[in-house]
Design a protein around this ligand. Sequence first.
Ligand code: NG1
Ligand code: ZN
Length: 533
Amino acid sequence: ALPVDSIKALSDLHPKPSNVRFQYGTAGFRTVANVLDSVLFRVGVLAGLRSKKLDGKTIGVMVTASHNPEQDNGVKLVDPRGEMLDTSWEIHATALSNAQTTDEFISELEKFVQSFKIDLSKPARVVYARDTRPSGEALVASLEDGIKAIGAEGRNAGVTTTPVLHYLVRAINTKGTKESYGEDSEEGYFLKLANAFKKLVSTRETPSPLLIDCANGVGAPIAARLAEYLGGSLPLVLENASITTPGALNNSCGADYVKTSQKLPPSLAGRLQPGQRGCSLDGDADRLMYFYLDERGQFHMLDGDKIAALVAAFIVELVKTSGLDNQIKLGVVQTAYANGGSTKYLSERLPVKCVSTGVKHLHHAAEHYNIGIYFEANGHGTVLFSQATQDILQSYEPSTPAQSTALEHLRNLNQLINQTVGDALSDMLLVEVVLAHKAYSGTEWDSLYVDLPNRLVKVVVADRNQFKTEDAERRLVSPAGLQDKITELVRRYEGGRSFVRPSGTEDVVRVYAEASIRAQADELAFRVAGLVY
Ligand code: NG1
Ligand code: ZN
């Protein structure tokens, strides 16, 4: 039976605020930190139950609000293979978080345990971590109460990035098996990445220093430690590394700032030299944006689409050179927000699929390929190698030196690239590998294709649930008649493309538009927004 007494006693210490409705959305629970105490407690209990349901496998819990402002916080669950929580549990997480009283919470739990047939006698294990937000420490204490209340064994992974936590979950659950993912420690993570990187660039010249904008978040201490393991193989210069300055986190810096404002963070003016490579992490280091300044000091952004193009072309070449192109099929997954220029470039080289916004959709679609590459334009993404592909890479016997080298590179890429979730630091090393192999500067990378001018606008509407989409969110089916008007308008713009969808994270409708020239993209976006409003 449920340990009702212990749950009751501890739950009473974490009452749910009235007048707040929580929702487990695309990124878990995320809102202003000061209403989240009860949510953290209940997530601790739920994580324990998820572990019991999965026969005692370790479940991860990450306390972060990513690129959101410092006063926000959030929490998400990580499944045993390091992936996001199974979507069928999301509505239950939402329901449990909204029970108003302890008694309601317990009766919801009882119903839940029954309908999911959870064997409460099973062991439960939870590993958890948080980012650098000042609210994190107290929220972790509430989480620990939840873990304790359900009688689960907790392991505190401290202050670290979201991708490190995902790595740990996978490493813990595969320990001692043939799918072993690495040592289940932060050090294991650094060693895995740094060793693979060094092998991949061993025949290349030492690159010039890379500047990292750490968003004044947890990426700073983790990148600093990674730098020690990389040694001379990649000189790193860390900027925006002030993790204790109040209000600094994600403030006019970081990957989301760069993508949204399409500008150099002001704090980097005079720090980034013309021609130097720079990149920005977000507040939990799972998003990455690259950039450089040209000789005239003009800013050039290299976003998730540019990363996908660079990486996909490189891996396609390696697979071909290795002689495995008949056995290993590659594919790229994007969302409707991918720049049309990138989609065209990629489609000429490999299959491209478009799915709905949200990492889980991209991740699942990428799993259908032997090697699946996915990136959101905002810089979240990774490259997945299926188990069958990893087996092929292990057993394949190359017949020429060129095949042998390409095979070795593919094996090392499989080690370098985080297989669980988008990882800014792993992706950064991946980009550096390709740039080193191609001897590309930012300029050459940037010119793989030309970004179509585009504009993204938010429209506040009375009820965003009125907006329903189909075809991977590229067409509206409701409100009736609106899509026809949009289609009619788009036809009048050269290279025009536009779509409208309700945001999953904010109470707005987003309008995206592209056209061959800047003024036209802007005009199209504002005219479509006018139709929506
Ligand atoms: P919504 O608010 O559903 O558009 C935003 C981002 C997604 C994803 C999620 C989760 C855009 C246009 N949308 O989703 O790509 O990152 O947040 O964080 O960037
Ligand atoms: Zn993030």
